[in-house]
Design a protein around this ligand. Structure first.
Ligand SMILES: Cc1cc2nc3c(=O)[nH]c(=O)nc-3n(C[C@H](O)[C@H](O)[C@H](O)COP(=O)(O)O)c2cc1C
Length: 187
């Protein structure tokens, strides 16, 4: 079972990447193969609605391929002006329902403010439904992100750390439940 994480920040030193990594590590502990796509390292171009999508650079095709091949996905975004980053929305614009249909998706948000990134994860829920994916109902967000992580990359708030880990475990469980085919099951 392959779980791919998207960290939707262009910040190379990203707190969102740390949050996504916690969920991915929990999925790995539950038996999945994991891979991180940190948008800061991918440099996708701006989606421009061109008629012939095959003319986009190779990085776009690789991105779409990774998502197509994934059995489950983790998406994390910082809250920017009350919603997800432009970089993440741009990346999602390269995807169509045929790439995400029936896939389980775990969503997490990260915010500088004390209120967390509720608007961001709610907006991502909506986008996932429009792409015919299945967003998991639990979608935790990290408030006060600048001071939320230990140097080892764990959340200082142990209950929030546990919620993130549970989300990774649940993602693996729901991928199994929704994919009775043997190749999607863990051995
Ligand atoms: C352009 C911009 C807009 C932001 N808007 C918000 C916001 O609306 N609410 C909030 O709580 N934090 C906001 N922040 C703070 C980010 O959510 C916070 O710095 C987050 O940790 C960044 O994630 P990253 O470390 O993965 O880049 C904003 C930051 C930037 C750069």
């Amino acid at each position: 079972m392959k779980i791919v994480g998207i960290a939707g920040s262009m910040n190379t030193n990203s707190t969102t990447k740390q949050a996504v990594a916690i969920v991915l590590d929990a999925a790995k502990a539950a038996g999945a193969d994991i891979e991180m796509i940190h948008l800061a390292e991918w440099k996708l171009p701006i989606y421009d609605a061109r008629e012939d999508a095959s003319t986009y650079p190779e990085v776009v095709h690789r991105f779409v391929q990774k998502i197509t091949e994934a059995d489950g996905i983790v998406i994390g975004s910082p809250e920017y002006h009350g919603t997800m980053t432009g970089a993440l929305k741009n990346a999602l614009d390269f995807l169509e329902a045929r790439h995400l249909r029936d896939k389980q998706v775990a969503l997490v948000g990260v915010a500088g403010g004390s209120m967390g990134a509720t608007n961001t994860v709610n907006t991502l829920q909506l986008i996932m439904r429009n792409l015919h994916a299945w967003p998991l109902p639990a979608s935790p967000s990290v408030p006060s992100a600048y001071n939320a992580f230990t140097p080892e990359g764990k959340l200082k708030d142990e209950r929030l750390q546990a919620r993130m880990e549970t989300l990774g475990q649940q993602l693996v469980e729901f991928v199994k439940l929704m994919n009775p085919k043997p190749e999607k099951q863990l051995q």
